[in-house]
Design a protein around this ligand. Structure first.
Ligand SMILES: Cc1cc2nc3c(=O)[nH]c(=O)nc-3n(C[C@H](O)[C@H](O)[C@H](O)COP(=O)(O)O)c2cc1C
Length: 473
């Protein structure tokens, strides 16, 4: 793989004074990390509900981008995770994101892990984690939690940020050529570096709720936007293989009208049995073949049973199966990625989406006693945000080379460490068709509107890359 990714590890101890400097409140701007994911579904946190009106100028349709049979007004989206329900999808759709991935669902209701689910990491500014290698066996250290009783940024802070955003947006509207920096538009200012570990264990609503909520999420989209539904299987279900259960989860999504699926083959927060599926080329090929065959068979049955023909999405191909993206992790080398890309394409997958959070051991600072930060039963968890951007870019650049060299019919979703709008442009230059943020969206939902401004300034195509590789459009 090209490039050098260093893996300097945070110092083993963090002085409490530094850790509690108030820059790292225990909640994100939007998602409330002190609450369970079900509470975050029940009610969108106040800060998300009181965002100022979004001002966005939509690209003319001839500048829209093609992705998995859909036309997108822009190539930015939100990755699987933060969009827990239709309300969250509607929020992202209104804040400048066009490719919205509905959080990974299972075939059945699943509680996932208890709190804590998200903790801040003590990393150096610009620290980037290696995708693989012995140095990555070393643990990362969390920041001390925000002290109890210290008030979080409340409605006043949100109102001040909203006023600043409205002012900047008004200036922009009055003079579209103003070179207001993207940062001045955001109604939030994420901590820097924004480095978290998340450990949810892929909780899922049950099929009945999803049957109502997935169509509600799709109804929140405008022309030029699409929703991908992320699905996974659960190993060890009585009488069902992982793939059988994956088919059942995908069927929930398809029956609810999903027009694009993403199969999560790389969750770093579940048992070992399927965390590394994405790295096993024959298993990837088998899984995708079986999934597509089962969905095609279901579609035929439905067509036979219905005089009007079955459902199926607008982007489904000839056999009625929606395009399938595969969510993968970082690969140790280009050959491993090539083998999986070839297998995925041979089985009929439409896209690769990477990377997932990097799995690391995560410990409390020594000042708080050390030991696994999420408890002994969760010694490792997924690292997301700024420290994985280099690994994500490396994945995209390598995938683009492999796809071009082998003429594979695959598109690429670039994910990992997009915490500012400019990072999305870096991903597009590296070769992504679509770029998504997870952590960046949680801490700065208006990153989407910032990106739209940059995208418009760029003339809705890529500016030349600084490294001489050039853009793709
Ligand atoms: C809170 C949270 C929940 C996530 N849940 C999922 C999930 O359910 N399925 C999945 O494929 N990835 C999940 N991810 C991983 C993200 O999709 C993404 O791959 C990873 O966070 C790297 O992107 P980021 O640096 O923008 O956060 C989750 C990430 C976060 C932060």
């Amino acid at each position: 793989m090209r490039g050098v990714i260093t893996c300097t590890i945070a110092p083993p101890t963090t002085r409490p004074q530094e850790a509690l400097d108030g820059v790292f409140p225990s909640t994100s701007y939007c998602y409330d990390i002190d609450k369970t994911w079900t509470d975050n579904i029940k009610q969108l946190p106040e800060r998300c509900r009181s965002l100022p009106p979004a001002i966005r100028e939509w690209a003319p349709e001839d500048k829209w981008v093609h992705f998995c049979g859909h036309k997108l007004a822009s190539p930015l989206g939100v990755a699987a995770g933060p969009l827990l329900s239709s309300e969250w999808v509607a929020l992202a759709a209104a804040r400048g994101y066009d490719c919205l991935t509905y959080k990974t669902i299972r075939s059945h209701a699943h509680a996932g892990h208890g709190l804590p689910n998200v903790m801040f990491l003590a990393v150096q500014p610009d620290q980037q984690l290696q995708a693989a290698g012995p140095s990555c066996q070393q643990p990362l250290t969390t920041r001390a939690p925000y002290p109890p009783g210290v008030p979080l940024p409340g409605p006043e802070a949100a109102a001040a940020a909203a006023a600043a955003t409205a002012k900047a947006a008004a200036a922009l509207t009055a003079s579209p050529s103003t070179s207001t920096s993207a940062a001045t538009l955001s109604a939030c200012s994420p901590p820097s570096p924004l480095a978290i570990t998340n450990s949810f264990g892929m909780p899922s609503q049950g099929p009945e709720q999803l049957a109502a909520d997935i169509p509600a999420a799709a109804a929140a989209l405008r022309p030029g936007q699409m929703m991908v539904v992320s699905v996974t299987g659960t190993p060890g279900r009585p009488g069902l293989s992982f793939t059988d259960d994956l088919v059942a989860a995908a069927a929930v999504a398809v029956d609810a009208g999903a027009t694009c699926l993403e199969v999560n083959l790389s969750c770093p927060n579940v048992g070992r049995s399927h965390v590394a599926l994405y790295a096993d080329a024959p298993a990837v090929e088998d899984t995708v073949r079986q999934l597509r065959a089962a969905l095609a068979e279901r579609q035929q049955q439905r067509q036979r049973a219905s005089v009007d023909g079955g459902g199926g999405g607008g982007a489904a191909d000839g056999d009625g199966v929606p395009p399938i993206a595969l969510k993968v992790g970082a690969y140790a080398d280009a050959d491993s990625l090539r083998r999986v890309a070839q297998s995925a394409a041979a089985a009929g997958a439409a896209a690769l989406s990477g990377i997932n959070g990097l799995s690391r051991r995560v410990e409390l600072p020594a000042a708080l006693g050390g030991g696994p930060a999420l408890g002994g039963d969760r010694p490792t968890s997924g690292v997301c945000g700024d420290p994985i951007r280099a690994a994500g870019l490396e994945f995209v650049a390598t995938a683009r080379q492999v796809i071009a060299a082998d003429s594979l019919p695959l598109q690429i979703i670039g994910v990992g460490g997009v915490t500012r709008a400019e990072h999305a442009l870096d991903y597009l230059r590296a070769g992504a068709d679509v770029v998504q943020a997870a952590t960046g969206f949680m801490w700065c939902p208006d990153l989407g509107l910032d990106f739209q401004r940059l995208w418009r300034q760029a003339g809705y195509c890529l500016p030349p890359a600084g490294d001489g590789r050039g853009g793709r459009q």
